[in-house]
Design a protein around this ligand. Structure first.
Ligand SMILES: *Cc1c(COP(=O)(O)O)cnc(C)c1O
Length: 396
């Protein structure tokens, strides 16, 4: 059995430090070559427990994989570096991340402000699970800052922000929301899933917590479900570490590893997603059978200026209405060949769906209902001409 070296060789140039530009950190932060074998890629530490040489003194700080696992740590350090935070935490799903955060921060009697078009799973967790534990909420359109101010209560602890939103691609002003939340003694949480850390870094804009469904762009290949939290505040990091190990909804070693593999190519994938989505949005905006195109990169988008101020580019999600109504929208969804009809988003392959009957079916009949002639695209990284041709033939 090989002993772990007492320290990394002094000359080792890569210590996994969080230095350099975005892609350098995506590829190296938390990912120094493994010290025993020199493996360049962080191994999958598929183990539940770790040998101790002395009672209570694990060799490298790891004793049990719910509390900590080296593969998960690598992912957590990489994500913390990309979001500019002190600490990252990786979970089995985006919802496990949300649940851990809310239980760490909220107590019975507390209130939160939610986006009117919050991700359905977030809304369900708060309205149907946490409501049973004495949590209350008010849902408002976050683009209306006066409405956000009016929704604050003395017991408001969290303002929850998603931007851009799903499926209408509304954009909220993160810095303005941070000021409003902090003025009321609340924290601003930003679900950064749609933008990814490459396009938008909410901590630098004043947010207190960044949340990701890493299932989407961070993982990027539709092959793993995961979630993450990133914070900069040391006390909050400690609270989250305690609640994470206590609740136990952590990412397993393999899931952490395959997510980290996605992280390495995040910047090149996002640039291609953005290139393709821009071309798709422009083509749709000119198409006679298309009504409204929702894409924050279009000059005509109502929140284009806010988006341009806080995002590097405008992302890979596009939605649009079909002029002839619901049945025509359904036909478009069923006629594409390169775009696959399916839920979820953020993978390399293009997806198309009808939110009214698929991802947003549960809000039908409520104030959050989406237009029934709406089609949502997750624009992938295929050749753009194939994507444009596919949509044109589906619309004809
Ligand atoms: C998918 C998604 C989630 C939930 O994440 P899971 O990984 O599916 O649990 C949360 N927020 C947004 C914006 C999402 O798209």
């Amino acid at each position: 059995m090989t002993d772990v070296p007492a320290a990394l060789p002094a000359a080792a140039p890569n210590t996994g430090a969080a230095v350099g530009g975005f892609s350098t950190r995506a590829i190296h932060a938390g990912q120094a070559p493994e010290p025993v074998t020199g493996a360049v890629v962080v191994p999958i530490f598929q183990t539940s427990t770790f040998a101790q040489d002395v009672v209570g003194e694990p060799r490298a700080g790891y004793d049990y994989s719910r509390a900590g696992n080296p593969t998960r740590t690598a992912l957590e350090q990489a994500l913390a570096s990309l979001e500019g935070g002190r600490a990252g935490f990786a979970y089995a799903s985006g919802m496990a991340a949300t649940d851990t955060l809310l239980r760490a921060v909220l107590r019975p009697g507390d209130h939160l402000v939610l986006p009117a078009d919050a991700y359905g799973g977030t809304f369900r967790l708060i309205s149907r699970v946490l409501a049973n534990w004495g949590i209350t909420y008010t849902a408002v359109a976050l683009a209306d800052l006066d409405a956000v101010r009016a929704a604050l209560q003395p017991n408001t602890r969290i303002v929850w922000c998603e931007t851009p939103t799903n499926p209408l691609l509304n954009v909220a002003d993160i810095a303005a929301l941070a000021d409003i939340a902090h003025g009321a003694g609340a924290r601003l949480v930003v679900d950064n899933t749609f933008a990814s850390p490459y396009l938008q870094q909410p901590l630098a804009l004043g947010a207190d917590v960044v949340l990701h469904s890493t299932t989407k762009y961070v993982g990027g290949h539709s092959d793993v479900v995961g979630g993450a939290l990133i914070v900069d505040d040391a006390d909050l990091a400690e609270e989250l570490a305690f609640h994470t190990k206590s609740i136990g909804g952590v990412a397993g070693p393999f899931d952490a590893w395959i997510t980290l593999r996605g992280v390495k190519t995040l910047a090149v994938r996002m640039d291609r997603h953005c290139d393709n989505a821009e071309a798709v949005a422009e083509m749709l905006a000119e198409h006679p059978r298309v009504g409204t195109v929702h894409y924050p990169g279009l000059q005509t988008h109502p929140h284009h200026q806010v988006a341009a101020g806080q995002m590097l580019r405008f992302g890979g999600m596009v939605s649009f209405t079909v002029r002839d109504g619901r049945d025509a929208a359904l036909k478009v969804c069923q006629r594409t060949a390169v775009f696959t009809l399916g839920e979820s988003l953020g993978g390399v392959e293009s997806l198309i769906e009808h939110p009214g009957l698929m991802t947003h079916a549960s809000v039908a009949g409520s104030a959050h209902e989406v237009p029934d002639d709406l089609v949502r695209l997750s624009v992938g990284i295929e050749d753009v001409d194939d994507l444009l041709d596919d949509l044109r033939q589906a619309l004809d």
